[in-house]
Write a protein that binds this ligand. Structure first.
Ligand code: PEP
Length: 252
């Protein structure tokens, strides 16, 4: 059975007070949710300890925490970076890696993303590798080639025993923050392709969860998550509202 994961990406939003209110609203709203569905929230790194403490104070289902990026380096003279081992030290469980906003605004290459994935795994975090095509790449018919390249390069040298910690998020760039979600059929087709690419990389990767991200809302989550190769979601804008995020988790 593949893992099912619903993850929140707060992006550059939030405060300590927001984290406390969010946790107090989210945890009770998840009561009765299938325990097999993993739920994780990725605030800005500085808010991770406050959010984790607030989630622990709210008795109820376990909600994990993580970050939106990690350094490609373990330690040293890299001003402003946060190492994967520091996230693990603060009881983070996940790291989003290779988000399209980082690829676009910080020019992150597949090679750099690969170094971050390997750092996350060696620190004991579960990386959520984001892949996806731009609108121009989709129109040119290059979607499958683009995501295959991103996966092969970013997941090179993953040790066989670490595949169970890897998650892939298919996030078409044209659907992120635009309100323009892929249809369930479009997403399913790319997810099936991704599953094939993962299987070619390593037989151990066939069980890797592949989640969908791109303008998911409570109203659209059910149909997307019902697709055979969609194992959950990575939620941006809608995750900032705890009630909406809980509703999306229920669709998982
Ligand atoms: C994201 O940032 O990963 C994302 C999917 O954003 P949104 O849900 O806002 O499109």
């Amino acid at each position: 059975m593949r893992r099912r994961l619903i993850a929140a990406n707060w992006k550059l939003n939030g405060t300590g007070a927001f984290a406390a209110e969010y946790a107090a609203e989210l945890v009770p709203a998840l009561e009765g949710l299938d325990p097999a569905v993993e739920v994780a929230v990725m605030p800005p790194a500085i808010l991770l300890p406050a959010l984790r403490e607030s989630l622990n104070e709210s008795s109820g289902r376990r909600v994990m925490v993580g970050v939106q990026d990690v350094s490609a380096w373990e330690a040293g003279a890299y001003t402003g970076e946060v190492a994967a081992s520091m996230v693990a030290d603060q009881h983070g469980s996940f790291a989003i890696i290779g988000h399209s906003e980082r690829r676009q605004y910080w020019s992150e290459s597949d090679g750099r993303i690969n170094a971050k994935v390997l750092q996350a795994l060696s620190a004991g975090l579960d990386p959520i590798l984001c892949v996806g095509e731009t609108e121009a790449e989709r129109e040119a018919g290059d979607t499958e080639a683009v995501v295959a390249r991103q996966i092969r390069e970013a997941l090179a040298d993953v040790p066989e025993s670490d595949w169970r910690h890897v998650c892939v998020a298919y996030e078409p760039v044209w659907a992120i923050g635009t309100g323009k979600s892929a249809t369930a059929e479009q997403a399913q087709a790319v997810h099936a392709h991704i599953r094939g690419v993962l299987g070619e990389l390593d037989p151990a990767a066939t069980e890797t969860p592949v989640i969908y991200g791109g303008s998911v809302k409570p109203e659209t989550a059910g149909e997307l998550f019902a697709q055979p190769d969609i194992d959950g979601g990575l939620i941006g804008g809608a995750s900032l509202n705890a009630a909406d995020f809980a509703a999306i988790c229920r669709a998982g």
